[in-house]
Ligand binder design. Structure first.
Ligand SMILES: [Zn+2]
Length: 464
């Protein structure tokens, strides 16, 4: 068995790992690199391996940093299967189309403003072809990926449809199992189930995004959300929440529904200004079988789970005119818009409008990668550059870590302990999907507990 670390190695984007086994090659994830435009443009066009030598793709979840390069792989000639859970397939339909749209707009921007010849990384047509190659599976179903190698998805508890992957095969009369965590979620997150550790593995690829820190509890995050909304509304300001359209937006909706129901926040308009979030919410309505039925609101809506995302103050504004009307209107409101790291999407219009208003609050609820506008907001720079214009940052900035869809250090440790406890032949732990500082801290933490691990550099090849 040979492992090749080609993406999300010492960083958090571009998830891609090659597994060479029984003479075949399996690609785990095919994510987009995100960050500085010029740099990622080049990296996204450099595929990790000859397309005609990849035999199968297994996808952990629909986030763009895990799935966003699939249409490019297909555009470059990949014709094999792409295995995923059913909900991941449904979310990919929405998210990859949105990504294609962004790629086309980026290329147009370069052509117009920089006079550079630029083709989009991929188009909607490539996305349609990609979807025809996707093979949906239920959690825990055992399926053959390439001859002699079987796979199984277990719930990673990170976003709807998210999975950890176990590959299994026989070599020299021995059964071998490789685990890939995908992104590990948190216990107690609204809507989705708690993470289920992989079992009985020889080798493990494990994410380490928050290997260096602990989050506020999920319940604590809901209390903070209520406080920020009450304070901002009292000042007459707007609460702007840059959020991933998929997952975070639905969790926030769930909590806003509950807080409104309990009378803990004032009844101000809640605007979901994102066509993608609107479509993603429809996918949630169609995949309620994956919801966590131990959640109180889920139980309360037992008869009709799709109604979880409906309450009086809520408005979706997929049409541009409605979005503009929201911008022009007065008075306090809560606006949730993509993208989650404020790199693109309608949140930019809202930031241009309200970042200079000291009554308003920019509420950060997710991980902000280096070099993104979201990270600069967290760092409270004096001015933001939005659409080429300087906007002074006078709004309040609040960071809620409890809404992270990623396990924190303690949760990663517990997940790993469960894997090791069920794995008598456990041999190697490889950390992936973490910035170097987080990984180094987690490596030290593990070493202090007598657990050996490595965090492979990009391009590392490991043979076992
Ligand atoms: Zn993810």
């Amino acid at each position: 068995m040979r492992l090749q670390f080609v993406g999300a190695a010492r960083e958090v984007t571009g998830s891609a790992h090659l597994v060479h086994v029984l003479g075949r090659t399996i690609l785990l994830d095919c994510g987009l690199f995100q960050g500085r435009r010029a740099e990622v443009g080049r990296r996204n066009r450099a595929l990790p391996y000859a397309v005609d030598r990849i035999d199968a793709v297994v996808l952990s979840h629909a986030h763009i940093d895990h799935a966003g390069r699939l249409p490019f792989l297909v555009a470059e000639g990949y014709r094999g299967d792409i295995h995923a859970t059913t909900a991941t397939r449904d979310l990919c339909e929405v998210m990859l189309a949105d990504s294609a749209h962004i790629q086309e707009k980026d290329a147009e921007f370069l052509r117009r403003h920089r006079k550079e010849a630029a083709d989009p990384l991929y188009t909607l047509r490539d996305v349609s072809t990609t979807l025809t190659q996707m093979r949906p599976h239920r959690y825990r179903e055992r399926f053959e990926v390439v001859p002699g190698v079987h796979a199984r998805f277990t719930d990673a508890g990170h976003i709807l449809g998210s999975a950890s992957v176990t590959l299994e095969w026989e070599e020299d009369g021995q059964r071998r199992r490789l685990g890939f965590s995908g992104d590990i979620g948190r216990s107690g997150l609204p809507i989705i189930r708690d993470p289920e550790p992989v079992e009985d593995v020889d080798w493990l690829l494990m994410e380490s995004t928050y290997g260096d820190r602990d989050h506020t509890s999920v319940a604590g995050a809901r209390d903070q959300l209520a406080r920020v909304i009450r304070e901002t509304v009292a000042r007459g300001g707007r609460v702007l929440i840059p959020a991933f359209a998929v997952g975070r937006t639905q969790e926030l909706l769930y909590d806003l529904h509950q807080l409104t129901h309990e009378g803990r926040i004032p009844r101000v308009p809640v605007v979901i200004d994102s066509p993608l979030a609107h479509e993603a919410t429809e996918v949630f309505r169609e995949n309620t079988r994956d919801f966590d039925t131990s959640e109180p609101m889920v139980r309360a809506h037992d008869g009709d789970l799709a109604q979880l995302f409906d309450f009086e103050q809520l408005r979706f504004t997929p049409a541009v005119e409605d979005s503009k009307a929201v911008m022009r209107s007065h008075g306090p409101m809560i606006v949730i818009a993509a993208s989650g790291m404020a790199e693109s999407g309608r949140i930019l219009h809202h930031l241009a409008h309200s970042a200079g208003d000291p009554r308003s609050t920019i509420l950060i609820v997710g991980f902000q990668a280096a070099h993104t506008l979201g990270r600069r907001i967290v760092d409270r720079v004096p001015a933001l550059k939005v659409f080429g214009e300087e906007v002074p940052l006078r709004a309040q900035v609040e960071v809620l870590t409890g809404y992270s869809a990623h396990a924190d250090r303690g949760e990663l440790r517990r997940w790993l302990q469960a894997v090791r406890a069920s794995s008598p032949r456990f041999a190697d732990l490889f950390l992936v999907h973490g910035e170097a500082a987080a990984q180094d801290a987690f490596l030290a933490d593990l070493a202090g507990r007598g657990i050996a691990a490595t965090a492979p550099e990009p391009g590392t090849v490991v043979t076992r």
